[in-house]
Design a protein around this ligand. Structure first.
Ligand code: ADP
Length: 215
């Protein structure tokens, strides 16, 4: 079972920490503010008041025994970067850090962050994508230009197999799953049918996704 450290218990950090804990994972939650630690103490395995930029304290907390750390110190960029550096130096294998902007993100990668996340920017993109197309139910950008989206299947596909629908040929899109109200068909076969009201989980380039939405 993986063990997680979450540093900085603002809105993002506390949501990460409580979600992991609710899934049964061991979570050590750290914040320098007493009230943040109090608030979360009944929901996670351990909650500790500590300054994460103090290397000795972090050593004492045994952070090197943890597999994954999430750094969610927001406004204080200096503390955010220093904490990342300390966690990597103490041997945490995978450190995920919340960044304010691209430049901050670049710097975090240089000091060893394994993954940089931009929660507000990413959520903004998702919300905007959901708003402009009523057909798009959810949307995740994989890499620039490529995304996974949940799209309500056009009635034009109803009753056709994936092969007949030819989404790959027409739109350059791969269908990862077909969902209906009862079940999710993960990794569907070419002979599987799309029915009226199905939701397609698709992956591909934005151009193809856009054309599919408008089809
Ligand atoms: P959000 O935008 O996700 O709400 P915030 O920036 O408001 O994030 O929250 C960051 C949290 O990080 C705060 O609870 C703050 O007390 C905590 N924090 C800031 N500096 C340190 C530090 N050096 N060590 C531990 N926690 C810190």
């Amino acid at each position: 079972m993986k063990q997680f450290i979450v540093v900085g218990l603002g809105r993002f950090g506390s949501s990460v920490a409580t979600t992991l804990a609710s899934k049964g994972y061991d979570v050590l939650a750290i914040d320098s503010a007493e009230e943040k630690v109090q608030e979360i103490s009944t929901e996670v395995t351990h909650a500790v008041k500590a300054d994460a930029t103090d290397e000795d304290t972090m050593k004492t907390l045994g952070v090197s025994n943890f597999d994954i750390a999430i750094v969610s110190i927001g406004e204080n960029i200096h503390a955010n970067i220093l904490t990342t550096l300390i966690l990597k130096e103490l041997g945490v294998k995978y450190v995920v850090v919340k960044a304010q902007d691209n430049l901050h993100g670049k710097l975090l990668s240089k000091v060893g962050a394994d993954k940089v996340v931009y929660p507000e920017r990413d959520m903004g993109v998702r919300v905007a994508n959901n708003l402009v197309s009523a057909k798009v139910l959810d949307y995740i950008e994989l890499s620039p230009g490529y995304s996974i989206a949940e799209i309500a299947a056009s009635e034009k596909f109803a009753g056709k197999t994936l092969n007949e629908s030819n989404l790959r040929g027409k739109f350059g899109i791969n269908v990862i799953a077909i969902k209906n109200e009862e079940e999710v068909n993960v990794s569907p076969e070419a002979t599987d049918k799309i029915n009226s009201g199905d939701i397609l989980v698709v992956m591909g380039h934005e151009d193809g996704l856009r054309r599919l939405k408008e089809y």
